[in-house]
Design a binder for this molecule. Structure first.
Ligand SMILES: Nc1ncnc2c1ncn2[C@@H]1O[C@H](COP(=O)(O)OP(=O)(O)OP(=O)(O)O)[C@@H](O)[C@H]1O
Ligand SMILES: [Mg+2]
Length: 316
């Protein structure tokens, strides 16, 4: 097995809501991310994907659990100790335009991290910015433009240029292409895949788009109410999901693959329960077509079944 760049161990992140209740956004997530690997992260809105992403990128600290980068826990180290490490994990967001400083030109936006982290000597910054523009397919002529003068696709390319300027090991992409038009989306995906091969990057790729996650990911993690319920090889999960929730999620999404066997569609009953008052036992049990008495009381562990697949279900 290849060495993991990132080992995530038992991450818990709860939020106190305004009313004083506790929202269990992430409730014990563990996984490894190998060098050059893409882990696709899927699950309904509100299941905790962005919260987990922010903890992994160390934009937020976990309540408990560890985020090990090359074996060192970065979960709770201070900001000063974090500075040299921060460049190694970069995050790109859905709304590229608003994640950029509106008063900085495109050139300045890419120069900033280079200067901040002293990636290249000052007199080389300009050349490096030009190289990065080229690397992400942005015309050098756009350097003097402001984000609001650029298209969504160009802004996302700019975010990617900023992220790779620091020569990171890992990029966490949170719905990074979701807001883009279909053809632009395809271009940005191609860019991300191209950059990954060139630089040997690892990705955590969060998306609602099941067709996309299958194409892009080596492995997929299916998240439900703050936990992973199924993790495994991307093709295998798309073709033969084992957890009833994954089955429902995948059956509900149009995947243009004539080879995929048509499993009986399992409609998901009801809505995602609130993370403030998650159901007992297996949190999926109120919506699950297979649920039995045991599911109400016993939390199913994420256990390995067969070829490198992990499933958290008493009956899968
Ligand atoms: N700062 C916060 N304070 C209180 N609750 C929060 C906070 N951030 C997230 N939550 C809650 O945690 C849960 C998970 O939110 P999160 O944004 O991680 O979900 P998500 O999977 O990214 O959803 P989406 O697909 O809509 O982006 C939600 O119930 C959300 O309301
Ligand atoms: Mg989110």
């Amino acid at each position: 097995m290849t060495q993991a760049v990132l080992e995530v161990r038992g991450i818990v992140k709860h939020f106190q809501t305004r009313g004083g209740a506790i929202a269990r956004a992430v409730n014990g997530v563990s996984f490894d991310l190998a060098k050059g690997e893409t882990l696709g992260l899927i699950g309904e809105s509100g299941c905790g994907k962005s919260t987990l992403a922010r903890v992994l990128a160390r934009l937020d600290t976990p309540d408990t659990g560890e985020v090990l980068l090359d074996g060192n826990d970065i979960g709770r180290i201070g900001n000063r100790a974090m500075k040299p490490i921060r460049r190694r994990i970069q995050m790109i967001f859905q709304d590229a335009v608003s994640s950029l400083n509106p008063r900085a030109t495109a050139g300045a936006a890419v120069a900033e991290p280079l200067k901040l982290h002293r990636v290249v000597p000052r007199n080389k910054v300009k050349d490096r910015v030009a190289e990065l523009f080229e690397a992400v397919g942005l015309p050098v002529g756009l350097m003097s433009r402001y984000p609001h003068e650029m298209s969504g696709g160009q802004c996302q390319r700019l975010s990617i240029a900023r992220a790779i300027s620091l020569d990171p090991d890992i990029i966490i992409a949170d719905e990074a292409v979701s807001a883009l038009d279909v053809s632009i989306k395809a271009q940005v995906i191609n860019l991300l895949m191209d950059v990954q091969t060139r630089l040997g990057l690892s990705y955590v790729f969060i998306t609602h788009d099941m067709a996309l996650v299958g194409v892009l990911s080596h492995r997929i993690a299916v998240m439900y109410l703050g936990r992973f319920v199924e993790v495994g090889d991307a093709d295998a999960i798309i073709r033969r999901p084992m957890h009833p929730y994954s089955q429902a999620l995948i059956a509900a999404s149009p995947i243009p693959d004539p080879d995929r066997p048509r499993t009986q569609a399992l409609p998901i009953k009801g809505e995602l329960p609130s993370p403030i008052k998650p159901p007992s036992g297996c949190t999926f049990h109120p919506r699950c077509p297979l649920a039995q008495a045991r599911c109400k009381s016993e939390v199913p562990e994420l256990r390995t079944t067969g070829e490198a697949r992990q499933v958290a279900c008493h009956f899968a």
